[in-house]
Design a protein around this ligand. Sequence first.
Ligand SMILES: *[C@@H]1O[C@H](CO)[C@@H](O)[C@H](O)[C@H]1NC(C)=O
Ligand SMILES: *[C@@H]1O[C@H](CO)[C@@H](O)[C@H](O)[C@H]1NC(C)=O
Ligand SMILES: *[C@@H]1O[C@H](CO)[C@@H](O)[C@H](O)[C@H]1NC(C)=O
Ligand SMILES: *[C@@H]1O[C@H](CO)[C@@H](O)[C@H](O)[C@H]1NC(C)=O
Ligand SMILES: *[C@@H]1O[C@H](CO)[C@@H](O)[C@H](O)[C@H]1NC(C)=O
Ligand SMILES: *[C@@H]1O[C@H](CO)[C@@H](O)[C@H](O)[C@H]1NC(C)=O
Length: 564
Amino acid sequence: MQWTSLFWFLMALPVDSTFECTEEAFQAILPSNATVAFTRTLAENSTFEVPIEDIAYPISPTQLRALCAVQVNVTSSPTSAFSFGLFLPDDWNSRFLVVGNGGFSGGINWLDMGAGLEYGFAVMSTDTGHNASGGDITWALNLPEKKIDFGYRAMHGSTVLAKHIVEAYYATVPKYNYFSGCSTGGRQGLKEVEMFPDDFDGVLAGAPAWWTSHLQPWTVKLGLLNLPLDAPHHIPPILFPIIGDEVLKQCDHQDGVLDQIISDPRGCEFNAEALLCESDVVDQLTDRCLTASQIETVKKIYNDYVEVDETFVFPRLELGSEEHWDFGLGRDQPSKLGTEYVKYFLLDDPDWDFYDYGHEIVEMADKLQPGNATVVNFDFSPFQKKGGKLLQYHGMSDALIPTGSSVYLYEQVLAMMKPKGIPLDDWFRFFLVPGGLHCSGSPANMNAPWYFAGANQAGDLGQSPGTVSGARSLRNANHDALLALMAWTENGTAPDHIIATKWNDDATMDRISRQRPLCPYPQFAILKGGSSDPNDPSAWSCTTSDERGRLRVQSNSAGPHRIL
Ligand SMILES: *[C@@H]1O[C@H](CO)[C@@H](O)[C@H](O)[C@H]1NC(C)=O
Ligand SMILES: *[C@@H]1O[C@H](CO)[C@@H](O)[C@H](O)[C@H]1NC(C)=O
Ligand SMILES: *[C@@H]1O[C@H](CO)[C@@H](O)[C@H](O)[C@H]1NC(C)=O
Ligand SMILES: *[C@@H]1O[C@H](CO)[C@@H](O)[C@H](O)[C@H]1NC(C)=O
Ligand SMILES: *[C@@H]1O[C@H](CO)[C@@H](O)[C@H](O)[C@H]1NC(C)=O
Ligand SMILES: *[C@@H]1O[C@H](CO)[C@@H](O)[C@H](O)[C@H]1NC(C)=O
């Protein structure tokens, strides 16, 4: 059954106005391809106990509003199947929300569903068609249909079916449909915009892993820069903070405000030689220094991945991204998100040795596009034409997915839309987060405002994602990206800025320590004149002009770019 014919099949099904939260009731409105796995009725303030076999997202959301939970399994091909979970609140805001996944994890993201539920949404998450956690991609070996489920089919198929269930359950269609995801979730949102523009009215896409065919090979390439462990150019992870502190020392003031936050990494002229050890016999940790060959590695990390023929492959890690260098640079092998992608997703060859990595891997990934996971068509005009709104963001200290890949996507869409006379500002805005890590948090030496209710952020703060009072006080379109997206989609109020928050203690959300507006690219925030307090959001304004001689280079170079 094609999805288009599935659509017509669903349209023809009867809709009951007194819908029970039972397997039978849901099964009766589903096509034969779909089976109800379970239903649960939860009272106000209860915990959804995540099924023990859901290894990817094991955290049970607590203090939920009263709801009906259902899981549905769907056959997508003779060799593949996906599942999705759906929370249907008693007290419904008449809207539907889908939350995204992370990495190559296969599982229903119940925790983030809990965060969405708190707004009153009917919330769905799909397992993307496999069962695995972390960087495990072994499940994909020789299973092209499973790769397609992961690439886009499970998300689209789950969305279509879940919308149908929502309509049947409440006996009315949702007024608006939203998506919120970060990392792989950001990619899922952009794939929907690209391929199924009718699925959502508003899409919140954080730090998107959209360029799968380059991102995953780059992950291998990056790891190799700091390998093997016994090479003179290898930098032991224990020295990463030394680099991070030196970068902060040099770059903080270059953005015009001495506030411990690197707000313009690409405008910083960084002198890596300042890290050079003074003599050969030193304790690097005490003397806080690097050898000459380690400094060469540092330079490579901060430069774009460019092939010998000057072909741009992938953007660099930014200055200020050192906090999470462990992830891609800190082990005896590159991250599995790179190596296992090549072995199990691209080549179907478990014996592939990452030391054999070469540019042909990128070429092959571009050609084969397994699972069609990459966003390849930057013509988003069908989404724009139907009134869709896209809000994208990316942390500037992200070491898992380079910030520049979001800039690159924005520039590609801009280049595609400009000749059509479609200004991006009306429907696609992109916010850079100075000092923002991957999706959540900020480096310990920066303590930058990072919370704005981006995808996963509430879940990262705790098990009761919606009910924590700290987040609740920020539940307005000025401080909450999802509410900002809704105000834009439903009322046409475009977000001129979104205020990000940092607490003294993020874990308990105890006392706000700093807030600052994030600005829509290519704008950036500047401190207004006078003796303003940089931790007060009203001290800042968004601008594109660098009248104060600051921020000489904004992050707009999408192509090869060399520093040092
Ligand atoms: C639904 O799918 C899950 C995950 O694959 C599986 O554990 C469960 O047994 C399935 N349930 C039904 C009723 O098919
Ligand atoms: C909700 O449940 C928690 C325990 O999970 C309890 O501490 C709290 O008092 C309950 N709140 C209400 C309003 O009943
Ligand atoms: C997922 O795989 C693990 C083993 O790695 C297993 O324990 C679990 O039951 C599986 N979950 C599902 C939903 O199939
Ligand atoms: C389920 O749907 C797939 C396509 O999505 C189709 O290939 C398969 O035949 C369907 N199975 C049944 C039992 O309808
Ligand atoms: C993948 O994308 C290519 C080109 O964009 C298209 O020709 C092909 O049909 C797609 N495959 C699937 C399974 O959607
Ligand atoms: C739209 O505007 C109305 C009137 O100001 C307001 O009540 C409503 O909350 C807004 N909707 C959204 C989604 O912001």
